[in-house]
Ligand binder design. Structure first.
Ligand code: MN
Length: 195
């Protein structure tokens, strides 16, 4: 299990302790437990998680990708968010026109995703930035894209706090994103703690 860089109650009220208890403590724990059970005695047993996400299919892929995606999601949330820094801000403004337009496009993509999945900010192989949706456990690394930010839009991410109001959850979670983590992912300067 990855460790959270904050206490379970630290993101309330935008994300309640009960949501973290269930989402991190039950849902993510189950993916980790399932994965450890599935890989035992297989060629995946000693493989790094990222390689597993890119090579596996079926139940191993689903549980490996859900483990990776949730870790990547939780580690870029913070109870003490700061403004988007200048380098990341310049990259986003150059691609999307403004930081407001980036937020609007990201939330529009996440709102329109049908069913369970994830909304990502990615860096394409040519260095350009994009917003992409994946369904189920999908991860853009399998298409050669480098993830920079992900938001979980499975119902279990917001149903305790927001019931069916996904748009309200997205607006609230925008205020919890740790842009310093997104920036160090873009520049490749994150500490070993992070994926
Ligand atoms: Mn989730």
């Amino acid at each position: 299990m990855p460790l959270l860089p904050y206490a379970h109650a630290a993101l309330a009220p935008a994300m309640s302790q009960e949501t973290i208890d269930y989402h991190y403590g039950r849902h993510l724990q189950t993916y980790v437990d399932n994965l450890n059970r599935l890989v035992k005695g297989t060629l995946y047993e000693d493989m790094e998680l990222e390689e597993m996400v890119c090579k596996a299919s079926g139940p191993v892929f689903n549980n490996a990708a859900q483990t990776w995606n949730h870790t990547f999601f939780f580690e870029a949330l913070t109870p003490t968010p700061k403004e988007i820094g200048s380098d990341l801000g310049a990259s986003l403004t150059s691609r999307f026109g403004s930081l407001g337009e980036f937020k609007q496009q990201f939330i529009a993509a996440a709102t329109s995703l049908f069913g369970s999945g994830w909304t990502w900010l990615v860096e394409n192989a040519d260095g350009s930035l994009d917003i992409v949706n994946t369904s189920g456990a999908g991860n853009p690394m399998t298409e050669g894209k480098r993830p920079l930010l992900v938001v979980d839009v499975w119902e279990h991410a917001y149903y305790i706090d927001y019931r069916n109001r996904r748009a309200d959850y997205l607006e609230a979670i925008w205020g919890l994103i740790d842009w310093d983590v997104v920036a160090c992912r873009l520049s490749g300067t994150c500490s070993d703690y992070y994926l």
